[in-house]
Design a protein around this ligand. Sequence first.
Ligand SMILES: *[C@@H]1O[C@H](CO)[C@@H](O)[C@H](O)[C@H]1NC(C)=O
Ligand SMILES: *[C@@H]1O[C@H](CO)[C@@H](O)[C@H](O)[C@H]1NC(C)=O
Ligand SMILES: *[C@@H]1O[C@H](CO)[C@@H](O)[C@H](O)[C@H]1NC(C)=O
Ligand SMILES: *[C@@H]1O[C@H](CO)[C@@H](O)[C@H](O)[C@H]1NC(C)=O
Ligand SMILES: *[C@@H]1O[C@H](CO)[C@@H](O)[C@H](O)[C@H]1NC(C)=O
Ligand SMILES: *[C@@H]1O[C@H](CO)[C@@H](O)[C@H](O)[C@H]1NC(C)=O
Ligand SMILES: *[C@@H]1O[C@H](CO)[C@@H](O)[C@H](O)[C@H]1NC(C)=O
Ligand SMILES: *[C@@H]1O[C@H](CO)[C@@H](O)[C@H](O)[C@H]1NC(C)=O
Ligand SMILES: *[C@@H]1O[C@H](CO)[C@@H](O)[C@H](O)[C@H]1NC(C)=O
Ligand SMILES: *[C@@H]1O[C@H](CO)[C@@H](O)[C@H](O)[C@H]1NC(C)=O
Ligand SMILES: *[C@@H]1O[C@H](CO)[C@@H](O)[C@H](O)[C@H]1NC(C)=O
Length: 822
Amino acid sequence: MNMNLAIMLIPFTTLFFFILRTCRSSDTIALHQNVSDGHDTVVSGNAKFELGFFSPGNSKNRYLGIWFKNTSPQTVVWVANRETPLTDNSGVVKLDNQGNLALVNGSGKVIWSSNSLASGANINLSAQLLDTGNLVIKNGNESIIWQSFDYPGDTYLPGMKLGKNFISGKEFYLTSWRSADDPSPGEYTLRYSIDKGKYLQLYIMRSSAIETRLGPYNGISFSGRPNITPDPTDPRYNMYMIVNQNETYYTYTSNSNDTTFLIRIVVTPGGKLGILQQKLPNREWIESVSLPVDYCDNYEVCGPYGSCNIATSPNCGCLKGFVLKKLNETSHDNDTNVCGRKVALDCGPKEGFLRFSSMKLPDTINAVFSDNMSLQDCEIACKKNCSCTAYANPNITTGSMGCLLWFRDLIDARVYSQNGQDFYVRLAASELSDIHRKKRVVMEVSFAIVSVLTLLGLLLAFYIRRKWKKRSELHGKDYIGSNTNQMGSVAVPLFSLSKISRATNDFSIDNKLGEGGFGPVYKGVLEGQEIAVKRLSKSSGQGLVEFENEVICIAKFQHRNLVKLLGYCVQGDEKMLIYEYMPNKSLDSFLFDESRKSLLDWSQRFQIIQGIARGLLYLHQDSRLRVVHRDLKAGNILLDHQMCPKISDFGLARMFKENESEANTRRVVGTLGYISPEYAANGLFSLKSDVFSFGVLVLEIVSGKKNRGFVHEDHDCNLLGHAWRLLKEGKLIDLIDECLRASFSACELSRSVHVALLCVQQRVEDRPNTPTVVGMLGGEGSLPSPKKPAFFIPESEMNSISNLPLISSSVNELTLSQVDCR
Ligand SMILES: *[C@@H]1O[C@H](CO)[C@@H](O)[C@H](O)[C@H]1NC(C)=O
Ligand SMILES: *[C@@H]1O[C@H](CO)[C@@H](O)[C@H](O)[C@H]1NC(C)=O
Ligand SMILES: *[C@@H]1O[C@H](CO)[C@@H](O)[C@H](O)[C@H]1NC(C)=O
Ligand SMILES: *[C@@H]1O[C@H](CO)[C@@H](O)[C@H](O)[C@H]1NC(C)=O
Ligand SMILES: *[C@@H]1O[C@H](CO)[C@@H](O)[C@H](O)[C@H]1NC(C)=O
Ligand SMILES: *[C@@H]1O[C@H](CO)[C@@H](O)[C@H](O)[C@H]1NC(C)=O
Ligand SMILES: *[C@@H]1O[C@H](CO)[C@@H](O)[C@H](O)[C@H]1NC(C)=O
Ligand SMILES: *[C@@H]1O[C@H](CO)[C@@H](O)[C@H](O)[C@H]1NC(C)=O
Ligand SMILES: *[C@@H]1O[C@H](CO)[C@@H](O)[C@H](O)[C@H]1NC(C)=O
Ligand SMILES: *[C@@H]1O[C@H](CO)[C@@H](O)[C@H](O)[C@H]1NC(C)=O
Ligand SMILES: *[C@@H]1O[C@H](CO)[C@@H](O)[C@H](O)[C@H]1NC(C)=O
């Protein structure tokens, strides 16, 4: 066999995939770099990737590599001869009859080879670039004898493993390029710390020094860096960690057959870890995460028993029960100050543990892991061993199974505002009672204040009631009783934890539907009915009785645009809400998915808008409780089988007490892109803040674009600003989602957008209230002109807008004249 065959293969294989095959046992196949030019030479390709020769950046050197097809600039994911470039345009790739793939330069020298050797007599060898970007050498029709995924470069692709194989001793990690022009191994690596029995952690390292620790794996993501993985709720990925006695690794797979869906994780020559996804139509790479992010991401910045908090100044402090101590009494250098125990341990029987919440777990290098211990066993085990300093359950997906025990110093902990984890630190008995006493004092003082306030409140209520009574006697009506009769008495079933656990397959990761602000949601089947179980995160700061009261109140909400609560479950720390299951998932899974958005036509979208408005009206006005939702967003609108919208997560904000002074309460915050200016700036939340979020939501439904992350080539406005500009320019129709262009009602569209713009006005007083919104959406009369939306645009942009020709200088004169609405 000779190169003729190889060249014949090329046009064919570019269309499908490349197979380099030795047809008879003694043949060698060769693929030549195209000698005539110095440009990239593709020797093979498939739908997503190409294999060929290229020169990176400004370099003249030539490398054999794999890159994403059709991306600009070229995005190389793997390089064979990283350290041994070809210096001219000659070069041949050969697969020999032993199963070795070699790169040979112009003088016939092998400058890189796979060093693979086929075993077995009936040799039938081939080399192939798979759709995953993996270059494999196969023996016969099954066994892979070599694959490029076992030799990661700077890029982590779906399907690759990062970790360690204990049998071969081989470790799989990423190494940065030296520079953009030079793919040889640079200073930075992304690797897992894994020794047998140790818990998996991810580090960015510079040579042998740790730069950033991403924290131990918590079952979904990395402790305290929850966004480091590609979005765990995105159905297009599966992520998992494999731990067994042979190997330990972390991998992610793409479930998507969509060839336009591309993702990569890369370590840059400058030591940044980036997660990038390709966005259509421009095929640009959008970086969703880049680490390290902040000061506290620097490894061990606050020393042993220190705790870094980006929200405080200075960022470094000591864990409770620890104080700064001079390491060296004779030195005046502040750098030698470290956190040490206020009271030394004596391993007495009264010693105990203090819980630290919403934290990044300390480095597990000094910790031991066992997966078959509950949190209670874990505490007992830690207490028994005098050198155990702390314990935790690292895996949030297992409930309270799994135990990490720390020995020696606790390093690199930090506080997070949300999504952190709990750990328990051993403290001396006197220290613990001190902390508890302080807590008690605080509680007693607050109790006293609350009592006085309650008393005043009661007096006031009594006074008002008497006044009302007088008035209602005058008018012959009973104002007090009038609200109660619309509520029937509803019994909410209480389910046992074991029942829910069985229904959801032990909260199996396969059953997980997503993760909301208040905790993960699982799918289950209970008594033949499909259910969704919301497992509330533990730090609600609420007692059992109050929780039950809330649940019963919320269960009384009956509206076709609210998700129905079927029951609840309270046991130990666990609090769960059981809802009806919505087969069509949430609105965002349609709106923002290129392949699914066309499933929602205009009339459905308009009905969804109206449905949400009615649901909100019920929450705000018609229900007895007057609930402010606080987190209205596309992800919280579920769709039933008829695409009828149902608001979910309502009333949850009531159940969670807000308390920022303690690290252990996860503050319930809204979602960026939906929160109103007064909430963002001052933390003020009212019914009108929900109205604001509703306005944003309507614009998203109409345009099929996320407010957050919205970019437009002509200006810097966000989606709100963009819609407002279009209104001013009389081109509201341009806002519509491209996939709806063929068929929609211009009248309904402009009405929706106009109402939305009224809802997102900067000043609370300017925004309509919910009944007005519902009325305006369904009505036909003319609407007031919206003022400039909140979070608008930079001043410079403002000027350029007011200079636009054909636009009246007075905003108030704008009308919807371009659309005739009858
Ligand atoms: C080499 O390049 C020439 C001209 O660019 C082209 O016609 C030819 O098909 C190429 N051969 C291979 C093997 O790519
Ligand atoms: C091929 O590689 C050898 C060894 O690395 C080197 O000495 C020689 O100059 C190279 N030949 C070409 C044409 O690059
Ligand atoms: C080699 O494998 C291919 C398919 O992978 C098969 O069609 C062919 O018959 C095999 N040849 C031998 C000699 O086993
Ligand atoms: C290889 O493929 C042939 C024909 O497709 C099949 O009979 C044989 O069992 C396969 N061998 C293995 C090891 O899978
Ligand atoms: C975390 O818990 C889940 C569910 O039990 C399990 O599948 C997974 O392997 C665990 N992860 C680790 C790292 O222990
Ligand atoms: C570990 O490797 C041994 C020998 O290779 C194999 O028998 C065993 O099934 C492997 N265990 C796991 C969990 O993969
Ligand atoms: C992708 O394609 C494979 C084979 O064609 C199919 O089995 C699988 O279900 C598809 N996956 C998705 C998510 O469409
Ligand atoms: C303490 O600091 C003094 C002065 O800086 C230095 O000479 C001495 O070696 C230090 N001792 C220790 C134990 O580090
Ligand atoms: C050490 O800290 C003190 C008080 O925080 C400060 O006044 C002093 O300048 C610091 N010394 C050095 C060497 O940084
Ligand atoms: C946990 O596993 C270890 C060994 O893997 C075993 O010795 C121990 O008895 C197990 N503990 C429980 C509570 O099952
Ligand atoms: C405490 O745990 C450490 C680490 O596992 C172990 O080496 C030591 O023997 C234990 N001590 C006791 C008293 O069990």
